[in-house]
Design a binder for this molecule. Structure first.
Ligand code: SF4
Length: 252
């Protein structure tokens, strides 16, 4: 059972987000189950039911349905600050993700040129050329990086077989205007201190993103034992990370 209800349509919100202002979400994923290449210990939608992903996965909205609903949403006033690909899992898993991004961009340019396009992605497919090219079309590619080493990735994000840490890092390094989002957790599995935190800092130096957003679990987590990092600690971590990496880091 999901911990929070899944999004029940293609368009959801608007959500008043601390990071994105007034943001309208675009959910490209099925509405019946979470579909993701990760199974993060803190996922707000509960544990992933999908042990592997196959070409036969169904339940995605069609390209026509997505574009029709985006066009209708953009026709309403006031225009959102952001149109954000997010939703019931990893947005890049939609089989026509590149085509949808190109068309949504056209709609945005025509109907709401001041609205920015963003994605909240887990970065697992960023080394695939088609996906990378599509993500690059967005104004704000907000890409997950909770771990700076394969072991921490395995313990926090629990990726499907075939998702390689080194490929994520290589793909992110080549991404222009990169924004990193990192969930900081404590408890039996953690990235708040020690080796797991140090390797994350090193990865930030290597990737040199435009900026980094850190936050902690605010919602019910998939696993018991995931503990929230208090806001004061997050702020201290952000200051320390800025000093160590030279990258702008904000605690949310
Ligand atoms: S990447 Fe997001 S949707 Fe996927 S398991 Fe992690 S938190 Fe959940």
């Amino acid at each position: 059972m999901p911990v929070l209800d899944l999004q029940s349509d293609v368009i959801y919100g608007p959500i008043n987000s601390r990071r994105l202002g007034r943001s309208l979400g675009i959910n490209l994923l099925p509405i019946t189950h979470k579909l993701c290449t990760f199974d993060c210990i803190y996922c707000q939608y509960g544990s992933s039911q999908t042990a592997s992903l196959t070409e036969s996965e169904t339940g995605f909205p069609s390209v026509d349905e997505v574009l029709r609903k985006v066009e209708t949403a953009l026709g309403q006033q006031p225009a959102p600050d952001y149109l954000t690909f997010s939703g019931n899992g990893e947005p890049t898993l939609h089989p026509y993700f590149p085509e949808i991004v190109a068309e949504v961009r056209r709609l945005r340019d025509r109907l709401c040129p001041d609205t920015r396009l963003a994605i909240l992605s887990n970065s697992s497919r960023v080394s695939e050329p088609e996906i990378k090219k599509a993500v690059e079309q967005l104004d704000d590619p907000i890409m997950k990086l909770d771990a700076g080493d394969p072991e921490t990735l395995a313990s926090i994000n629990r990726p499907l077989a075939g998702v390689a840490f080194e490929e994520i890092i290589a793909g992110l390094r080549a991404m222009p205007r990169l924004i990193i989002q990192s969930m900081i957790v404590t408890g039996p599995v953690q990235n708040v201190e020690g080796e797991a935190h140090e390797t994350w800092l090193k990865a930030l130096v290597y990737l040199a993103p435009q900026r980094v957003q850190i936050y902690s679990a605010e919602r019910p987590a998939a696993e018991t034992g995931v503990e929230r990092v208090p806001r004061q600690v997050l702020k201290r971590l952000a200051r320390n990370a800025e000093q160590r990496t030279g990258v702008s880091v904000t605690a949310y």
